[in-house]
Design a protein around this ligand. Structure first.
Ligand SMILES: [Zn+2]
Length: 230
């Protein structure tokens, strides 16, 4: 299995390549569908091999590219039950700011994104906590990891790789540690979700924003923030 990070305008997505199929975690912002299709062809694969698109949550920078992708190829889409409706309708969800200075960005996002021609994509399959992804041929499971939003899920692969969406802000520089995201509905839930993924055996973390990090680096952040690891 190989995982490719596809850099997007606002958020990155992850393309998972197995021998028999392709899987995508998040679909990115508007226009990202072209990046995804190009990446698939560059690997010598075909878009028709895309079996499942897993959405970590229903924020526009994660599903804005979905409708465009569906225009080109058919595949199944799945997310946590809390965000099925927003993604099917093309609704706008924005989490509140938790870091200084981000209130202005959140206000701007609410104002401007409401005007964007967001297309819903239906149907979306609801994935409960612990859903076994091997049913689609992907060795791993979906883990409900609320915090950034109530409907966040992470994809935990059997090799210990966790694709976590916006549950954690990745390393913006190699010398920096991973952090809480700039926006979150519930900080205590976010820390609980970090602990849960660690307890389930996650060793490598792939976030949608900034660079990947290890379990050890996440534990270092928790120690800095005064959060007990278990
Ligand atoms: Zn988000």
């Amino acid at each position: 299995m190989r995982i490719h990070r596809l850099q997007g305008l606002l958020a990155s997505t992850h393309l998972i390549e197995t021998e028999s199929a392709l899987f995508l975690v998040d679909a990115g912002f508007f226009g990202h569908s072209a990046t995804i299709l190009r990446a698939i062809r560059r690997l010598g694969r075909t878009p028709e091999e895309l079996r499942l698109v897993l959405l970590t949550h229903g924020h526009l920078d994660h599903f804005g590219g979905l409708a465009g992708l569906r225009d080109s190829v058919d595949f199944e889409t799945a997310c946590h039950p809390d965000h099925v409706d927003a993604i099917e309708r093309g609704g706008l969800l924005v989490s509140p700011a938790i870091k200084p200075g981000w209130e202005r960005y959140v206000g701007l996002a609410r104002l401007t994104m409401g005007w964007l021609p967001v297309r819903g994509t239906a149907p979306v399959t609801p994935l409960e906590d612990g859903a076994d992804l091997s049913a689609w041929g992907l060795p791993g499971r979906a883990v409900h990891t609320p915090g950034h939003s109530s409907g966040c899920l992470s994809v935990l692969l059997d090799d210990g790789t966790a694709i976590v969406g916006d549950l954690v802000q990745g390393k913006r520089l190699p010398t920096l540690v991973p952090e809480l995201p700039s926006m979150a509905e519930d900080v205590a839930s976010a820390y609980a979700s970090w602990k849960r993924l660690l307890a389930l055996g996650a060793t490598r973390f792939l976030p949608a924003h900034a660079k990947e990090f290890t379990a050890g680096e996440l534990l270092a952040t928790m120690s800095r923030d005064g959060i007990a690891p278990a």
